[in-house]
Ligand binder design. Sequence first.
Ligand code: SAM
Length: 189
Amino acid sequence: GYRARSAYKLKQLDEDAGLFGPGNTVVDLGAAPGGWLQVASEKVGDHGKVVGVDLQRIRDLDRHNIETIRGDMTEDETKEQLTDIIGEAGADAVVSDMAPNMTGEYSLDHARSIYLARQAFEVAQELLATGGDFAVKVFDGQDLADFRADMEPEFQYVRSIRPKASRDSSSEQYLVGKHFLTAPVRTGD
Ligand code: SAM
């Protein structure tokens, strides 16, 4: 079984948008308790690698293709740790299920969700290989269109997907950027 029901959301995103293949390198942001890590680990297989980051400690998953970092994705130090692990070849997919602590105040929760999504987008642009994919959780609201518009030029196309497994929380959806257009030159210094 999976550690979190959210595993089924990632399965559906992968079925709809084709995010993972055998041998891929995947970065999973906001990865605790580890449901998405389990799904991605199965998909990339023994020759792949999945790196998960969360503020919370992720209990050991006992799969040799999973590595985890405990850290805050809004801090440079965590981003640098991730860059060191991924290396020059870049990642085939960056996925983010990061969510703020919900206050129940719709506009505040939305703004915080978009802020985290923008952090994930920044990291995706630093880490993705050309042709790589990015999937990020966002809550509906006034800043969503601007965020999507900022994603559009960096990918061949951007889709929005509302997995059936998300139906209970109706304001949640995922933006998927397919085929990252231009990875930066990485010197590995
Ligand atoms: N996809 C996960 C799974 O399948 O197990 C569930 C992720 S849960 C919905 C959202 C996670 O985002 C929480 O574990 C939270 O700690 C993490 N998170 C929120 N803000 C973060 C940040 N700034 N840096 C790292 N992780 C963060």
